[in-house]
Ligand binder design. Structure first.
Ligand code: AMP
Length: 222
């Protein structure tokens, strides 16, 4: 099963994709996380991606596609995956479709979480992440017990460079121009299911499960 989570930056794709993947027994494949790991390790891939990420721009399609296809070829993706942050352009979607078709697979469902720009700005500019275990916090909605320190592992919290306000505004523009066309693309294929992405994590998660499998499945997995 291949599930794509679509939505603007700050829609909660990372949090929800991790939950969904766990529930469904699928791999969670997050292009942004793969890039951040590569940047932290300063691999050739990371060095190529770093500048684009810091500016809030998309990494060129050929780099992203090669990275994701390699990830999808790993054994934990045999049953399928929840894709988070990929595809982000129509060209990426076409490359994915082609690669899946070569293995007799296809995209099963595309979940779109709607979140207004003001909510995205509030969520992302307040977001802090543990440098050690990547656990997410929010200065207002989900602060750590000790300021600047991860509750889970004691690691130091930091703000992603691309979560600064100007960069978030730019990422939203990039989303509208380059990623939003995917909405019509997947709607035409009859794969799109839309949910309201505003609300508590559990609440939005429930909506996504319902959208994925109908009410019955939503209750069974809840
Ligand atoms: P994310 O964590 O999904 O917000 O991704 C962080 C950054 O990684 C993005 O702003 C892009 O610079 C880069 N990135 C992640 N996924 C993609 C993708 N599918 N296509 C192009 N760039 C990407």
């Amino acid at each position: 099963m291949v599930v794509i989570l679509l939505g603007p930056p700050g829609a909660g794709k990372g949090t929800q994709a991790a939950r969904l993947a766990k529930r469904l027994g699928l791999a969670h494949v997050a292009s942004g996380d793969l890039f951040r790991e590569a940047v932290a390790a300063q691999t050739p891939l990371g060095i190529k991606a770093q500048g684009y990420m810091e500016r809030g721009e998309l990494v060129p399609d050929e780099i992203v596609v090669a990275m994701i296809l390699e990830r999808l070829a790993q054994p934990d993706c045999r049953q399928g995956a929840v894709l988070d942050g990929f595809p982000r352009t129509v060209a990426q979607a076409e490359a994915l479709e082609e690669a899946l078709a070569a293995q007799g697979k296809e995209v099963d469902v595309v979940l779109l979480a709607h979140v207004p720009d003001e909510v995205v700005l509030e969520r992302l500019t307040g977001r802090r992440i543990c440098r050690n275990c990547q656990a997410p916090y929010h200065m207002t909605f989900n602060p750590p017990t000790r300021e600047g320190i991860c509750d889970r592992c004691g690691g130091v919290l930091y703000q992603r460079d691309d979560d600064r306000e100007e960069t978030v505004r730019h990422r939203l523009r990039v989303y509208r121009e380059q990623t939003a066309p995917l909405i019509a693309y997947y709607r035409r294929q009859g794969l799109l299911r839309e949910v309201d992405g505003v609300g508590e994590v559990e609440e939005v998660g429930e909506r996504l499960l319902r959208a994925l499998g109908g009410e019955e499945a939503g209750r069974a997995w809840a």
